[in-house]
Design a protein around this ligand. Structure first.
Ligand SMILES: [Zn+2]
Length: 431
């Protein structure tokens, strides 16, 4: 028996999302035990995201009351409880790729459709070590959560195969090193696994930026084995403090100038270069800024995606206005710079604070054409669909505050299509 995944009453789609999820789980358990199946036919929104907060109408409040009453009766243990809750509320159908291919797609109604992004430009299909979520299952996670476009990242570093670790922070002292392994596994899966309904872009994550002479041969190897499949490079590490205990050190400025041969290939191919480069630490928030500036200065014609906007768990207390000022100056000086706002740390530490909202919402609206969303989910086998869904929802929370143009650019993927020259067009936003 199946219970609809998400029951949403009236227009109050998600204001009490957490409570709703708990209630839903409760009902699921009740009915599993009782061997009964409630069927709530409407209103049911299959989307996973959050809708704009909006006052409930009288009709929806009445619907809520009726639904609560019926659910309460069922909970009381009435046998054979099969219900049809008819209402006049119609949920828009979930978006499909077709909506991005047609010239006359219906407009996107932000008050009724999900606020979660349809694109995950930063999702790791491979873990640092240990078993991964199977590729096909990972694709299902995307399908189930309304994500239609994704970059397949491997991981920019791997633990030794002899290690029992799945996460490097659990194993300080164990070296992590960039490797081609995950890129090969992803490519092999990409060509064999079913992936209907989603558009996937393969990324090369093997480069060790401290060993530039190894990068061109790696690109050649991957392109010989899988011609034309890879369209992106990253996430690769320039400086990542979280890895310092695992043998990683910042790439030196002198080494950056040795990147020229492979950066030229990326330019020729039109591959964005997504780089993790910590801005700094709590004590020294811009300690590593000169490294990123060196990359931008030396390679202004490459599309460079600065992941997490340089923020990290080691930098959660920087003044938001100062960070915005810095990002603004760099975007203005370097027209090919893009910023990735992936990872829940950004929402937890910045976007969800009053100062953060005040600083970042106008910034994201103004520079919406330069921003890419993502979860930074890492597909180790101990993760689940619920965790992916939560990470998508958390990293999408900022979306509801964006103006319509920014929402279309960022959450509906318009920037991503432009960047990769894809033949998709985000639907217009309903007035
Ligand atoms: Zn990442």
């Amino acid at each position: 028996m199946e219970i609809h995944h998400r029951v949403v009453v009236g227009s109050r789609v998600n204001e009490d999302q957490a409570a709703g999820a708990i209630q839903e789980r409760h009902w699921r358990e009740q009915y599993r035990e009782a061997g009964q199946c409630p069927t709530l036919t409407a209103p049911v929104l299959k989307g996973t995201g959050e809708s704009k907060p909006k006052p409930a109408s009288t009709a929806s409040r009445a619907t809520t009351a009726i639904a609560a009453l019926i659910l309460a009766l069922c909970a009381a243990g009435l046998s054979g409880c099969v219900l049809k809750l008819a209402t006049t509320v119609e949920a828009p159908a979930p978006l499909t790729l077709d909506a991005f291919l047609s010239d006359d797609s219906p407009c996107y109604d932000r008050s009724a459709q999900p606020q979660t992004s349809v694109i995950d430009s930063h999702v790791h299909f491979r873990p640092f070590g240990g078993p991964a979520i199977p590729f096909g299952q990972m694709v299902q996670y995307l399908q189930e959560t309304g994500v239609l476009f994704a970059n397949i990242y491997g991981i920019g570093q791997t633990l030794p195969v002899t290690s029992s670790c799945t996460y490097y922070l659990d194993c300080p002292g164990t070296p992590v090193t960039p490797s081609l392994k995950n890129d090969f596994v992803n490519a092999a899966n990409y060509v064999t696994a079913a992936q209907s309904g989603v558009h996937l872009t393969l990324a090369m994550t093997f480069p060790d930026l401290a060993e530039p002479e190894t990068i061109l041969p790696g690109i050649e190897l991957l392109e010989t084995e899988y011609p034309g499949l890879f369209q992106w490079m990253g996430e690769v590490n320039l400086v990542k403090q979280a890895l310092f205990d695992n043998g990683h050190t910042p790439v030196s400025p002198a080494t950056i100038s040795e990147w020229a041969p492979f950066m030229e290939v990326l330019r020729d191919r039109g591959f964005p270069f997504a780089v993790h480069s910590d801005l700094g630490s709590e004590d020294a928030p811009t300690l590593y800024l000169p490294l990123m500036e060196e990359v931008l200065r030396q390679y202004p014609d490459n599309v460079i995606v600065w992941v997490h906007m340089g923020l990290s768990r080691e930098l959660t207390t920087m003044d938001a206005a100062r960070h915005v000022e810095l990002m603004t100056a760099l975007l203005e000086r370097y027209p090919n710079l893009m910023l990735d706002i992936a990872w829940r740390v950004l929402d937890d530490a910045y976007f969800s604070t009053p100062d953060g909202l005040a600083a970042y919402v106008p910034f994201l609206n103004t520079h919406s054409e330069r921003i890419l969303p993502g979860t930074d989910f890492l597909a180790s086998h101990d993760k689940s669909l619920d965790i992916y869904r939560t990470e998508l929802e958390v990293t999408s929370r900022i979306n509801r505050y964006l103006d319509d143009d920014a929402f279309r650019d960022i959450a509906l993927g318009q920037n991503y299509f432009r960047l990769l020259g894809l033949d998709y067009e985000a639907p217009p936003i309903c007035p």
